[in-house]
Structure formats: structure tokens, C-alpha cells
Design a protein around this ligand. Sequence first.
Ligand code: SAH
Ligand code: SF4
Ligand code: F3S
Length: 455
Amino acid sequence: MKNIRPRQDENAPKVYIETYGCQMNVNDSEVILSILQDEGYVLTDNMDEASLILVNTCSIRDNAEQRVWGRLEQFRLQKNRRPGVLVGIVGCMAERLKDKLLDSHAVDIVAGPDSYRMLPGLIRNVTPDSPQMDVALSHEETYADITPVRMDRNGVSAYISIMRGCNNVCSYCIVPYTRGVERSRDPQTIVREAEELFANGYREVSLLGQNVDSYLWKGASGNVDFAGLLAMVAGISPELRVRFSTSHPKDISDDVISTMAEYDNICKHIHLPVQSGSNAMLEKMRRKYSREWYLERVAKIRSVMPECGLSTDIIAGFCGETQQDHLDTLSLMEEVKFDYAFMFQYSERPGTLAARKYPDDVPADVKTSRLNEIIALQGRHSLESNGKDVGKTFRVLVEGTSKRNADELFGRTTANKVCVFPAGGHKAGDYVDVKVLSCTSATLIGECVTARDGR
Ligand code: SAH
Ligand code: SF4
Ligand code: F3S
């Protein structure tokens, strides 16, 4: 069996990897480590002993990029102190800015999301006078044959990328430009990867794509769609939990919803980014659904799975957003009552349709106050949702020790709510039943009602 944990070797050259952005980037860093381990590198947590420093970057909002610019200053200091250290920028910012990153920032290597197989060659060819770059995007690359080397600490929960790129053109979004066209990965390689993780003690896999509902593999023996893939992965073992993200409201199908209901081990949680509650904004964002369509999908999900967790993404202050548009977002939130949400101010991304077509005209202070209202409302809804769980008992997959208290464990319910409780002899990877005694807006607090021997 292929070793999926980082290799140890005192004398090998060391690579230090920092990762920003989404879960797909986290998984990409694991693919990169796999490629570099085959070249003899081992992973280090300590930047000071690395001969290669890589930063896997995100371009989704300007502040994501600003954070990386700040880090590049740190890496420049490393190069000054330890000549010979190589610094590479990979991922979405590498793809967006290309040679602009080479100009003035003491960067040796620039590699886009589809160029990770080229890294060994780029590293070999780099000299102080000739930095190396590969930012070609591919129509086929899915890294299907590469077994990611897992960098998580818990050994319980892992990401599996099932597709890459995105064919939607949401007008605000940079992803189609940094990740290229959508392509699905061979389902057999996905199932094999999940089986291998299960055999290594993992108990949860999250299937990742920008729009998982458009997953489609055209194979010699027939097509596999996302519902089909879910059933294949869920069939590996009832002890393996399956999660997925991101679902697109325009594409999530009745088949996916009924497959979720059919398998106990497919977690009852859907991340369904709505972005806005206003039809005018949704149209301008090119999301290709309406408020009414979105609410119908939510009603369908809840009619089939009443206990299904629902989370979302919301953008405040998109181009031309009026106070009424904003109120429409708040009223949609009231109608749905999401369990949790990721909420952002609109950040114009150069080269996107919105940047070319619509002025970024909502003043910064208005964006901020609208975002604050959205955050406050969501805080109330999250607390209300968690409050409804007090007194109930949930099956929780233990992920590790609570950050705040070493005598407590944490894990998640099927609806993706984080739960903390006294350890009582249990450990990461165990399934336990937890009775919820109290809550905050972010966490359920409970006691384990499963005996130590698991009964
Ligand atoms: N593929 C997913 C989301 C990918 S990006 C989907 O379609 O929903 C994650 C989230 O970042 C988006 O859902 C959106 O809410 C936010 N986002 C994307 N571009 C943004 C921008 N230019 N400004 C602010 N938020 C943005
Ligand atoms: Fe961006 Fe839209 Fe694609 Fe999501 S579906 S990655 S928001 S373009
Ligand atoms: Fe960021 Fe790229 Fe992911 S822009 S959100 S790292 S796909």
C-alpha cells in the first residue's frame, strides 16, 4: 500500500509548504507533497530548515492576495539570511499574476494549479538568474494517479478532489481564470483513493469540486454522474462518512438529494451558496437561478431530509446593490435560517466580467455596514439552530482534542455542527453518541453517552 503519511528522513532536503484559500488548495498541497516526496524531499514545519519554501495561494478576494504579499516579505528575509533557499509561488495567485510575481519579489518558481507535475523540473532548472515559471492550464489534468500525502494531524478526515476547474462564469469570480475549464476525474481512482484512506484508519472523506453537481465521467461502460459517484463512495463501508462541497443551487438534482437520503453514511449537510437574495443581483452575478428557484431547492431538501444541515456563502455590496437588494438578502436568510454561513464584502477581481462591465459602486462603509447586518443576523440564526439541538443526542465522529481543553474531544454531527465533550477514554476516529447540554452560536457542548468499549 502506498504510504499516505509524510516520510521522515533527517538527511533529506526539506520543503516547507504554506497553504491559503479553499479546501481544494489544501488537497493540492497534498498532491504537491506527493510529487516532491518522490523527488526525495521531506516535509518540515520549520521554515528555517527548509531548502524549498512553497506558498500555495488564493486570489478569490483582494485580502487573500494581500496576506500572501505580506508573507513574501518574510520569505525574502529567509533568502537574505540563507542564500540558496528557493521560494516558489503556486496556485491561483501564480496563475493570475504569472511573471508579475517574478519581477521584484525574490521568487524563484511560479507554478499554476495544473503545473504541479512540472515542479521537479522547474526546481532543477532554477538558477539565481533564471527563475522558472509554468502556468499553462490543462483540459485534462486531474492528478488522478497521484496519491496525496496527507498533512492533516488527525488521520480521521481527508479531502478528495473529484474534479477541477469551473465552467460557470459567475461575473464576480476569478476561479474560472485561475483554475481553467471543468474536468471530472475517473471515478475508479476516486473510489480507490477513498478505500485506501479507509484502510489507513480514516473515517470521513470530503469530495471536492467547485460545482460537484456537474460532475460527469464519460466511461466506456457508461456515464457516472455525481449521484452515482456518491453511491459508489458511500458503498465502501457504512463506517466511512461521506461529505461533499460545493453544491450549486442551479444544478443540485433530486437524484443527489435522494441518494443522500438513501445512505446513512452520506452526511446530511449541504453547502449551498446563495450569494444574494435579490433577483436583480443574482442576474447580474450570472448565477443562473432566482430567489424562488433557490427557495424551492431548499424546500425539496428539507422535505426529503428534515434534519439536513444547510450552510451558505453571501456577498454583500455587489455592483449596484441597493438597500432593497440588501433587504432581500436579509429576508431570504430569515426564510431559510441557515445553520452557518461564510459572509464576504464584494471584492472586485481584475479581468472578471463584473470588473469589466459594472462599476464597483457601493461605498466601502455601506458594504461594511451591510456585511455587519448579515453577520449579526446569521449569528442569531446559528444560535437558534444550535439551541434546537440542546437535549438531543447525535452520533459524532471524533476528530481530535479540543483546542481549548486537553480533556475534551471535538467532532462533528452529520449536519456538520462542531461538538465538544469530555473525552471519557474515547479517541480520534471513534464514533460516539453525544447528548447536547448547551451551545454557543458556533459549537454544541455535550456529554458522551457511549460507553468506553463503544456500546
Ligand atoms: N464554487 C463555489 C464557490 C467558490 S468561491 C460556488 O459556486 O459557490 C467561495 C465563495 O467566495 C463564493 O461562494 C463567494 O461567496 C465568494 N466570492 C467569490 N468571489 C468573490 C468576490 N469577488 N468578492 C467577494 N466574495 C467572493
Ligand atoms: Fe466561481 Fe461561480 Fe465557479 Fe463557484 S460556480 S467557482 S462562484 S464561477
Ligand atoms: Fe482561492 Fe483558488 Fe480556491 S482562488 S478559493 S484557492 S480555487
